[in-house]
Design a protein around this ligand. Structure first.
Ligand code: RIB
Length: 308
């Protein structure tokens, strides 16, 4: 089993369930409020470890209970959290998540300690980059740290997966040519391309634009429509499994973690995408971020159905 290094954010999610989202200026009554460990980096590390990966994470938490809960939740799942940074100057990242009765969500993240996941911290932990095979990044930590990690990982010959979420206003062009995989959802893809569009054809065109910038492989998560894979040789739409979604929070994170595990196990690309589709199809049927991630057994069962 090859080693996966996740460099990214940790947030405590304050999840508020409601019938429908408020519009600007409106007050609505919620039905439930829970605290759930989240953060795109932590969710991806959690998913990869729960699905059987050999996972280490680099990230930063505050000196508070939310940070301690995050660290122990990940460690219990098998993630190596030994080199987490703990800062006294900022609190652990927080996310306020509204989920409506259709399972759709809106998220506001206050990064806090995540912004101290910076270049000097990564330089101190260069060994983690040297020892891994796959590096997974998202975009909820300091941007300079993301660009540094990508170029250092490229120098070391690692396989790099960037989940560009949330998409920053600009992404330096030279970053794209260092990426083995970029895994936006449909709206992130369109924002990266500076385009509008809602059809699979639009997404294929957008993906081709990223290939031209030098990314080797583009894997777009399309929710109910499945996942679209595009590289110079091929393009394929992998349909999603039909389920009733209750909460889509962290479905993309689950997809990314699962995809990395399948690649680390040496699976063929198409099987890796189907494994990721299987895992995220289960995650959307459950509430919360890390609380929604399925086990390996559950995922293998669904994968067998998809492959049948
Ligand atoms: O992708 C879902 C995650 O986005 C949540 O867990 C929240 O913390 C935000 O980072």
């Amino acid at each position: 089993m090859k080693k996966i290094l996740v460099i990214g954010s940790l947030n405590m999610d304050m999840v508020i369930e409601m019938k429908r989202m408020p519009i600007v200026g409106e007050t609505v009554l919620g039905t439930k409020m829970t605290y759930v460990p989240g953060g795109k980096g932590a969710n991806q590390a959690y998913a990869a470890a729960r699905l059987g990966g050999d996972v280490k994470m680099l990230g930063c938490i505050g000196e508070d209970d939310f940070g301690r809960t995050q660290k122990s939740n990940l460690a219990k799942c098998g993630v190596d959290t030994d080199d987490f940074k703990q800062t006294g100057t900022q609190g652990t990242g927080m996310a306020s998540i509204y989920v409506d009765e259709c399972g759709d969500n809106t998220v506001v993240v206050v990064p806090g300690a995540n912004m101290e996941c910076n270049v000097s911290y990564l330089k101190k932990n260069d060994e983690a980059l040297q020892e891994c095979d796959y590096v997974i990044l998202q975009m909820e930590i300091c941007c300079d740290a993301i660009y540094y990690a990508i170029s250092r990982a490229r120098e070391l010959g690692k396989t790099i997966i960037l989940n560009p979420a949330p998409v920053p206003d600009s992404l330096p062009d030279e970053i794209f040519s260092m990426l083995d995989y970029i895994t936006p959802n449909e709206s992130e893809l369109m924002k990266l391309c500076g385009k509008e569009g809602e059809s699979v054809e639009d997404y294929v065109e957008g993906a081709r634009q990223l290939l031209e910038k030098g990314v080797k492989n583009v894997l777009v998560t399309l929710g109910k429509k499945g996942a679209l894979f595009v590289n110079k040789e091929t393009e394929e739409l992998f349909p999603a499994r039909k389920v009733s979604a209750v909460d889509t929070t962290a479905a993309g994170d689950c997809f990314n973690g699962a995809f990395a595990v399948a690649l680390a196990e040496g699976r063929e690309l198409s099987e890796a995408v189907m494994f990721a589709n299987a895992a995220s199809s289960i995650a959307v049927t459950r509430n919360g971020a890390q609380t929604s991630i399925p086990t390996r057994e559950e995922t293998d069962e669904v994968l067998a159905e998809l492959l049948a």
